[in-house]
Design a binder for this molecule. Structure first.
Ligand SMILES: Cc1cc2nc3c(=O)[nH]c(=O)nc-3n(C[C@H](O)[C@H](O)[C@H](O)COP(=O)(O)OP(=O)(O)OC[C@H]3O[C@@H](n4cnc5c(N)ncnc54)[C@H](O)[C@@H]3O)c2cc1C
Length: 329
């Protein structure tokens, strides 16, 4: 690159965005400008939502001020991103335009409980901070009955987390001494797993059954009836519940849809080796990138490392570029 001061804009202060911005701030120092934008003032560590749900964490334990990144040469802007103009090389914020030379998009997925009618009113979940806090209160008040845990069709953050949810509920009610009064059921649209014992899906199924949790496969949720306390699925299947824990459906961030950057519900198309999109100087990482891997923080982290390393190499001329080799599924 020609040595001119480069403006790198990172969209999203979640798992991918924080790693990318921190790495770039560290490797480029004050010679270039790294800006991170998020609507929130804090980074929220989502894997801890389930611990919060069972009373083992408080919201303050799992949140950190994004402004702390300013110690690492990262300018932090709290704003709503309302547009991304890849032709003009600028991002539109509710506070005004933000031009870039290099753009890293890590805007995650949006939870959309409204896509399953009745779910917003009739179901709990722990896929957002506020929802996890509400679930904690509902679980604390639960004295017995049937809890149904389920997942909807389509992508969602952290595929194994609903299994952990079942097991954590089992432990939680065991600790409270009322496990014998709580029936736990699990449903998924996926078919019943078959194969070797060490296959992850077979192993997880066995772990759930060992805890006395009934598994319902091929159950594609369509709606929730909060009055009748029944979950309804494709082909007329139903499951009654006293407390329903339904992972919300997930959608790409609205701004990505509005800006015409996503081709499918799986996110922005990228080159699997470099996370480059089809637009000049634009990369997508984490849950908003359409990569054949889990929507998971560990994936976002590894992708952020590769993109930030390669950008630093391109800008400084030091080091060699790398390609993404995920060491996870
Ligand atoms: C219950 C649960 C358990 C999990 N457990 C694990 C686990 O054990 N291991 C694991 O690897 N992963 C786990 N994950 C998944 C992991 O948290 C996500 O995959 C990861 O956070 C994705 O990072 P990201 O940077 O792509 O997006 P996110 O972390 O979602 O960050 C996106 C950011 O973009 C911001 N944003 C979006 N739109 C806008 C806008 N228009 N304007 C301004 N800001 C915007 C959001 O505020 C957010 O801060 C779990 C998730 C959940 C919910």
């Amino acid at each position: 690159m020609n040595g001119a001061r480069q403006r790198i804009v990172v969209l999203g202060g979640g798992s991918g965005g924080v790693v990318a911005a921190t790495r770039l701030g560290r490797s480029l120092g004050a010679e270039h400008e790294v800006t991170l934008v998020d609507r929130r003032s804090e980074h929220i560590y989502m894997p801890a939502f389930m611990f919060l749900m069972v009373g083992q964490r408080r919201p303050s334990d799992i949140s950190r001020k994004l402004k702390k990144l300013e110690r690492r040469n990262v300018r932090v802007v709290q704003a709503e991103i309302t547009g991304i103009d890849v032709k003009q090389q600028q991002v539109v914020l509710d506070t005004g335009p933000l031009p870039y030379d290099h753009l890293i998009i890590s805007l995650g997925l949006r939870t959309a409980p409204e896509l399953v009618p009745g779910s917003a009113e009739g179901a709990y979940h722990a896929w957002e901070l506020e929802a996890a806090v509400k679930t904690q209160a509902a679980l604390a008040a639960f004295e017995g009955g049937r809890i149904v845990v389920g997942i909807p069709p389509g992508p969602y953050r952290c595929p194994p987390a609903p299994f952990e949810t079942q097991w954590m509920l089992h432990d939680y009610f065991t600790r409270r001494g009322i496990r014998d009064r709580v029936q736990i059921d699990y449903f998924t649209p996926n078919p019943e797993p078959a194969g070797e014992e060490h296959d992850p899906a077979v192993w997880m199924d066995a772990q759930s059954r060992a805890r006395g949790i009934e598994q319902h496969y091929g159950f594609t949720v369509e709606s929730v009836d909060p009055e009748a306390k029944v979950v309804r699925a494709l082909y007329g299947y139903t499951l009654p519940y006293d407390l329903l824990f339904l992972v919300p459906r997930h959608e790409p961030a609205q701004v990505l849809l509005d800006s015409g950057l996503v081709d499918s519900r799986l996110g922005i198309g990228v080159d699997y080796d470099t996370l480059a999109t089809r637009w000049d100087n634009v990369y997508a990482i984490g849950d908003c990138a359409d990569v054949p891997a889990s929507k998971a923080g560990i994936v976002a982290h590894q992708e952020a490392e590769v993109v930030s390393h390669n950008l630093a190499v391109a800008i400084t001329g030091r080091g060699r570029p790398e390609t993404l080799r995920l060491h996870t599924i």
